[in-house]
Ligand binder design. Structure first.
Ligand code: HGY
Ligand code: MN
Ligand code: MN
Length: 430
């Protein structure tokens, strides 16, 4: 990793840090949150929906107003580029602009707007870096409308994945490929760039989405890695029948048999709570979904995570065994959706972020940064396989995220962007 420790670069990094503008950041976050704004203060901006396309246009216009050139790759990842003195592989920062169905204003959006704020700070400071700097808005990090998550970043790193992603259908039977083509057609003024372009390094700034930093009273976290994750769909096919006339002993009740499996799985997960295994059965689709008809079809999702990748593999095997040995009248099928082993960021990157966070914290009279592992997955888990990568976290109030109430103190948001400005300037060289 080519990081620059010469005097002039460190001086420039501190100047860039000092040019981060608090009220400009506040306005930028509010402006992006407008797209898909909900009455409860949350944001509904699922990937490649109309409001997401409008938000993309907003980001393109805003980046161009900062003097950036804009490109999009075949997975509609948007890249906002600030030229450097040379055309060496750029330093990449950014995150995702898509949200959960009921998301907050900051998950992903913060990292994208922080990257644009770093560019504005460098512009204001009149700093020209050696390497170009690019800010990325990844497509479909959340994986809620189209599974799996991180389609944009994983296709960027492993282009062979894109063909299969294009076939994935959402709940309205729209394919990801159709939505993707529509998104690319909506930006005819944005030239195409290749997937898998060489990058010098990747730094992602994100909210923690958990309670660790807030409990520690520390405003900045250096993320050393991301826990492993596996997603599955369970499809249970029974026989829809009359709720009143059908005796219990002849039913092929897809809901009763799904609930039985869910209970067994939750009970099994409780054996590993001390090992930080986490299990979520977040989405249930029931047909015909009527109060007085026995469920004929149930599909539910399984999200399992653990810092210990081997333990997670054993737990996944337990689920597979439970489904394989299912003896009810309904048919039960288990479909893997995606899996990612634990991610470990290189110590050279975490050390550089540690210095950047320490500079920002010291300047603000705040405690030194904390090192932690991310419970949430992020695009950085794929970029780590492409270039030296790492992440910076700021606290989430009460650890809440994937919820309209998601919030972070503005002073902490500013501190995170200052640390990012320092780190990106160091990596790009000045
Ligand atoms: O699910 C996740 O961990 C991410 O927030 N999409
Ligand atoms: Mn996120
Ligand atoms: Mn998220």
């Amino acid at each position: 990793m080519s990081e620059h420790s010469n005097e002039s670069t460190i001086a420039a990094a501190n100047v860039a840090l000092a040019h981060v503008h608090s009220e400009r950041l506040r306005e930028a976050l509010a402006a992006l949150a407008h797209f898909g704004a909900r009455a409860d203060g949350g944001v509904a901006r699922q990937t490649l929906t109309e409001v997401d396309l409008q938000a993309r246009r907003f980001l393109i216009d805003r980046a161009r107003a900062l003097g950036c050139t804009v490109e999009a790759d075949a997975c509609a990842n948007l890249f906002f580029r600030r030229a450097g003195r040379t055309n060496q592989p750029p330093v990449l920062t950014g995150s995702h602009a898509d949200t959960q169905p009921v998301g907050g204003k900051l998950d992903g959006a913060y990292g994208v707007m922080a990257g644009l704020e770093v560019i504005q700070a460098l512009n204001d400071a009149g700093i020209q870096t050696e390497r170009p700097i690019e800010v990325v808005a990844w497509t479909n990090e959340e994986g809620s409308r189209f599974g799996p998550g991180c389609m944009g970043s994983s296709a960027f790193v492993e282009p062979a994945k894109l063909d299969a992603y294009r076939q994935v259908l959402d709940g309205e039977k729209t394919s990801f490929g159709t939505a993707l083509d529509r998104a690319l057609q909506a930006i005819p003024d944005v030239p195409r760039c290749a997937l898998q372009r060489p990058m010098a390094a990747y730094v992602e700034l994100h909210i923690e989405q958990g309670p660790v930093l807030e409990r520690a009273g520390v405003p900045l976290g250096v993320v050393t890695g991301i826990q492993s994750v596996r997603w599955f769909r369970v499809k249970v096919t029974g026989v829809a029948a009359h709720a009143g006339t059908t005796p219990m002993d002849v039913r092929a009740d897809a809901m009763a048999e799904s609930i039985a499996l869910a209970h067994r799985l939750m009970a099994e997960a409780r054996h590993y709570e001390d090992r930080q295994l986490r299990l979520t059965l977040g989405r249930w689709v029931v047909a015909p979904n009527s109060i007085n008809t026995i469920a004929g079809d149930v599909e539910f999702t399984v999200d399992m995570r653990c810092v210990d990748g081997e333990l997670l593999a054993r737990f996944a095997a337990t689920l597979q065994e439970m489904v394989a040995s299912h003896a009810g009248r309904s048919r039960m099928v288990l479909e893997p959706v995606f899996e990612r082993a634990p991610t470990h960021f290189p110590s050279a990157m975490t050390a550089l972020l540690e210095q950047a966070c320490a500079s920002a914290s010291a300047r603000a009279g705040q405690p030194a940064p904390l090192q932690l592992t991310s419970g949430a997955f992020h695009d950085a888990m794929y970029l780590a396989g492409h270039c030296p990568s790492a992440m910076i976290f700021v606290p989430s109030k009460q650890g809440i995220s994937h919820n309209a109430a998601e919030e972070t103190d503005h002073a902490d948001l500013v501190l995170g962007v200052q640390a990012l400005a320092h780190a990106v300037t160091r990596l790009a060289g000045a």
